[in-house]
Design a binder for this molecule. Structure first.
Ligand SMILES: *Cc1c(COP(=O)(O)O)cnc(C)c1O
Length: 351
């Protein structure tokens, strides 16, 4: 089997690139769509549930799909440096793609609210990491102002090429299933990804590569649910740091995705998120980060209210890898037990 060449070469007819675009890639995309029947059974869901395991991307999150496009376009435009505000994964991805093409990366992080794995990635790839004494929304506002004033390319999802690249995940799902699923469940933070999936599904259908469109089901964390509430949240709170965003940049397109698809955007509590996070890990061997589990928690809650039809296919997007946030896994799992180096003692502890 030939090597997967990354999303730009695979889907170039659907992306705004030409032969003159230099392709900066880590061969992102091509991630697995896994059936999760044991999870569905444990959760009491009769429908067929799949996960799009985006933690399998080169830097461990879906952000790589947009970053290959944004950085390729920045390279085409002659940029020497890129900058982003980030809850963590965008910075990890920006740092890696900048390293890949010899650019400088500068990342603005909300101080104290970035998971350890993500921070380690931005640092090891040589990005300049600046911790802002404010939340993500404050950092994004500063990022926009800096890029207006300096010759630095902004690679947040307000960069339209990020959204373009992220449409590729919808294409892959249709290719894997042979058509669009009936439901697509996804965590919503800055709301770029839900917008990108909807665009992708529409484009693929328009090109005759799929016959249907999914209902788009977006999930925000309850302490950070501006779209659900209908107004920005000044101090968003949630353990799911990747979706701890109070004023989403792609708010309008997320609402359009919801309404045009006949879908919904709802809130799930941190407890619901963590319980789904543990359930998928224990029943299927799939480790995602807490924010990703919002998609699972969301369909669980919806199914309790009104069960999904048994013949429906639900794809839950698991946006990032569990190793991004090892502290959270250790905090919610059973503790490590210390045992003396003695056979009888050890046997007493087996369960
Ligand atoms: C960025 C991110 C999100 C949120 O995506 P948006 O496009 O901002 O809505 C969700 N989960 C993870 C793991 C992320 O990195």
């Amino acid at each position: 089997m030939p090597t997967w060449p990354g999303i730009i070469r695979t889907y170039r007819e659907f992306l705004p690139v030409t032969d003159a675009t230099p392709i900066v890639t880590l061969q992102e995309g091509g991630t697995r769509l896994l059936p999760v029947p044991q999870f569905a059974q444990a959760a009491g869901i009769a429908a067929r549930v799949f996960v799009k395991y985006e933690g399998l991307n080169p830097t461990g999150s879906f952000k790589d799909r947009g970053m290959t496009m944004a950085v390729s376009k920045a390279a085409k435009a002659g940029a020497r440096a890129i900058l982003c505000a980030s809850t963590g994964n965008t910075s990890a991805s920006a740092a890696a793609y900048a390293a890949r093409c010899g650019m400088k990366a500068i990342v603005l992080l909300p101080k104290g609210n970035v998971a350890l794995g993500k921070l380690s990635q931005a640092l090891i790839h040589g990005a300049q990491v600046l911790a802002i004494d404010g939340n993500f929304d404050v950092a994004l506002d500063l990022a926009r102002q800096i890029c207006d004033r300096h010759a630095i390319a902004l690679v947040n999802s307000v960069n339209p090429f990020r959204i373009e690249g992220q449409t590729s995940a919808a294409f892959e799902i249709c290719d894997a299933l042979g058509d669009a699923p009936e439901f697509l469940a996804i965590p919503v933070g800055n709301a770029g990804n839900i917008s990108a999936y909807w665009l992708g599904f529409q484009r693929y259908r328009a090109a005759g590569r799929a016959t249907g469109l999914p209902r788009m089901l977006g999930f925000q964390a309850a302490g950070s649910a501006p779209i659900v509430l209908g107004h920005p949240v000044a101090e968003p709170q949630t353990i799911a740091t990747a979706i701890r965003i109070g004023n989403p940049a792609s708010w309008k397109t997320a609402i359009a995705a919801r309404d045009e698809s006949g879908g919904a955007i709802e809130a799930v509590t941190d407890d619901e998120i963590l319980s789904a996070y543990k359930l998928i890990a224990r029943t299927e061997g799939i480790f995602c980060e807490p924010a990703s589990a919002a998609s699972l928690a969301g369909i669980l809650a919806m199914n309790r209210r009104k069960p999904f039809p048994a013949d429906a296919r639900i794809v839950c997007v698991l946006t990032g890898h569990g190793l991004k946030d090892p502290d959270r896994a250790i905090a919610v799992a059973d503790p490590v037990v210390s045992v003396p180096a003695d056979l009888a003692e050890l046997e007493r502890h087996l369960r």
